[in-house]
Design a protein around this ligand. Structure first.
Ligand code: FAD
Length: 406
C-alpha cells in the first residue's frame, strides 16, 4: 500500500494530511512531530495564549477526532533524525525506519539565538513554540521588567501581550526603526507611536551587547554602555528554516528547501511546505520563502494535490496578519521593492488606516490597520492582477466600493 510520511506536525503538516484525504488519498498517512501536542495554532502564542489563561486544547488546529477519522498514524514526541530521499524513508530517534511512497518535509523553522554573552542565562527565551510560552509565563508577572530584543512582528506582539500582563516593557531594535525588514517607514513610525502610547519604551539603533546576571538574567547591556533592568528577556530576532534533514540527504537548499510550483523538491517523491520551503511562486514568477499561515496552508494543499495526481489549486496572493492591542493589521501582497506609499486615513492620529504600496505606479501590496474592507479590496485587486490609481486610494471621499477597477 502507498504511504505518505509527513515530518513536522504543525500548520503545514496538519493541512497536508487533511488535504490528502480530501483529494482521495487511499494509502497510509504517517504524521511525525517532535512536540508532544497535537498540531496547534502558532499565531496565538505571542498574542492570546501568552496574555490570557488558555490551554493548548483551546488552540488546536483540528481536534484529535479528525486525525482518527482520517486514519492518520500520528507519532507525537517523535523526532526524525535522518531521511533517505531516494527510498524514500525517515529514521526516528529510536533507530526505527519508516518507508513510504512520498515524504513531506514540513519542519518549519527554529528561532534564531543571539550570539552574545549571557544568552544562556535563566530567564532568556525565544518564542517559537508552546513550551517557550510556558517557560515565559512562569516569569511574566505584573511589575517585573521585560526586555524584548527585536522589533519585528513577534517582538511587537510580545510587547503588547506583556504590557497586558502588567509588565514594564523595553523593546530594543538594532535598526533605525521597527519592522524595517517588512514595512515602509511610515508604518514603522505608526507602530512606534502606538507602543509609546501603551507605555512600551522602544529604543531603536540599540544593539544588545551582553545579557547580565549570575545564574539568572538581571539586565541587558547595550553596545553604547547603557544597562536596562530585566527579569525576563525575549529574543525575537528572526528564524532559520529547518533544512538540516534535507541538506544531509543531498536535497537542494537555498535559505529553504528549494521546491517547484507543486512543492516538489529536487528529489522526486520528496515535497516540502511551509516556513522551511523556498517555493516557486507562480504569482510572482520567482522563488520566495514566506513565513505565514496562509503560505503553509496553501502549499500543503498544493503538495497534497500533486501526490494525488490532481490539478494544483490556483495560486493565491500572499497574505498575513498581526494583532497588537486593539490593532488588527492585515497585509496583502509583498511590499519589497516598492517606490511609493499612499495612505488612506491618518497615520498620525487614531488607529485606522490603509497603506498602499506601489512599484512603477502599479499596486503591489497593502497594509491595512483596522481596515478590513481595504484589505479585502487590495487582496482582490492584486489577485486579479489589477491596480488602483494612487490618487484615488488616498481620497477618502471616494467610497471603497468605487475603488474596485472594472
Ligand atoms: P512550524 O509551525 O514551524 O512547524 C514545524 C513543526 O515541525 C514543529 O512542530 C517542529 O517541532 C516540527 N519538526 C521540525 N523538525 C522535526 C523533525 N526532525 N522531526 C519531527 N518534527 C520536527 N503567521 C501568520 O500568518 N500570522 C500571524 O499572526 C503569525 N503569528 C505568529 C506568532 C508566533 C509566535 C510565531 C512563532 C509564528 C507566527 N506566525 C504567524 C508564523 C506561522 O506560525 C508560521 O508561518 C507557521 O507556523 C508555519 O507552519 P509550518 O508548519 O511550516 O512550520
Amino acid at each position: 500500500m502507498e504511504r505518505c510520511i509527513v515530518i513536522g506536525a504543525s500548520h503545514g503538516g496538519s493541512q497536508v494530511v487533511a488535504s490528502l484525504r480530501q483529494q482521495g488519498w487511499e494509502g497510509e498517512i504517517v504524521l511525525i512531530g517532535e512536540e508532544p501536542w497535537l498540531p496547534y495554532h502558532r499565531p496565538p502564542l505571542s498574542k492570546t495564549f501568552l496574555a490570557e489563561d488558555k490551554a493548548i486544547e483551546d488552540i488546536l488546529i483540528r481536534p484529535e477526532a479528525a486525525y482518527v477519522k482520517a486514519a492518520v498514524d500520528l507519532r507525537l514526541s517523535s523526532r526524525v533524525v535522518a531521511i533517505d530521499g531516494a527510498a524514500p524513508s525517515a529514521t526516528l530517534e529510536d533507530g526505527s525506519v519508516i518507508e513510504g511512497t512520498y515524504l513531506v518535509l514540513a519542519t518549519g523553522a527554529v528561532a534564531r539565538h543571539l550570539p552574545i554573552p549571557g544568552a544562556e542565562l535563566a530567564g532568556v527565551h525565544v518564542l517559537r513554540n508552546a513550551a517557550d510560552v510556558g517557560a515565559i509565563k512562569q516569569r511574566a508577572r505584573a511589575g517585573r521588567c521585560a526586555v524584548i530584543i527585536g522589533g519585528g512582528y513577534i517582538g511587537l506582539e510580545t510587547a503588547a501581550s506583556l504590557r497586558k500582563l502588567g509588565m514594564t516593557v523595553t523593546l530594543l531594535e538594532a535598526e533605525e526603526r521597527v519592522l524595517a525588514r517588512v514595512t515602509g517607514p511610515e508604518i514603522s513610525a505608526f507602530y512606534e507611536r502606538v507602543h509609546g502610547e501603551e507605555d512600551v519604551e522602544i529604543l531603536t539603533g540599540a544593539m544588545a551587547a551582553e545579557i547580565v546576571g549570575d545564574a539568572e538574567v538581571s539586565a541587558v547591556r547595550l553596545r553604547d554602555g547603557r544597562t536596562i533592568d530585566a527579569d525576563l528577556v525575549i529574543v525575537g530576532v528572526g528564524i532559520l528554516p529547518a533544512t538540516t534533514l534535507a541538506e544531509d540527504a543531498g536535497i537542494a537548499v537555498d535559505d529553504g528547501i528549494v521546491v517547484d510550483e507543486q512543492c516538489q523538491s529536487s528529489m522526486p517523491g520528496v515535497f516540502s511546505v511551509g516556513d522551511c520551503a523556498r517555493h516557486f511562486n507562480s504569482f510572482y514568477q520567482r522563488s520566495v520563502r514566506l513565513e505565514s499561515i496562509q503560505n503553509a496552508t496553501d502549499q500543503a494543499k498544493t503538495a497534497a494535490a500533486a501526490m494525488c495526481n490532481k490539478p494544483a489549486p490556483k495560486a493565491v496572493i500572499p497574505w498575513f496578519w498581526s494583532d497588537q492591542y486593539d490593532i488588527k493589521l492585515q497585509i496583502a501582497g509583498l511590499s519589497q521593492g516598492f517606490d511609493q506609499i499612499v495612505v488612506r486615513g491618518s497615520l498620525d492620529e487614531g488607529r485606522s488606516f490603509a497603506a498602499f504600496y506601489y512599484k512603477d505606479e502599479a499596486l503591489i501590496a497593502c497594509d491595512a490597520v483596522n481596515r478590513p474592507k481595504e484589505f479585502m479590496l487590495a487582496k482582490k485587486v492584486l489577485s486579479e492582477g489589477k491596480s488602483i490609481p494612487a490618487i484615488r486610494v488616498s481620497d477618502e471621499s471616494i467610497d471603497i466600493r468605487e475603488l474596485m477597477p472594472s
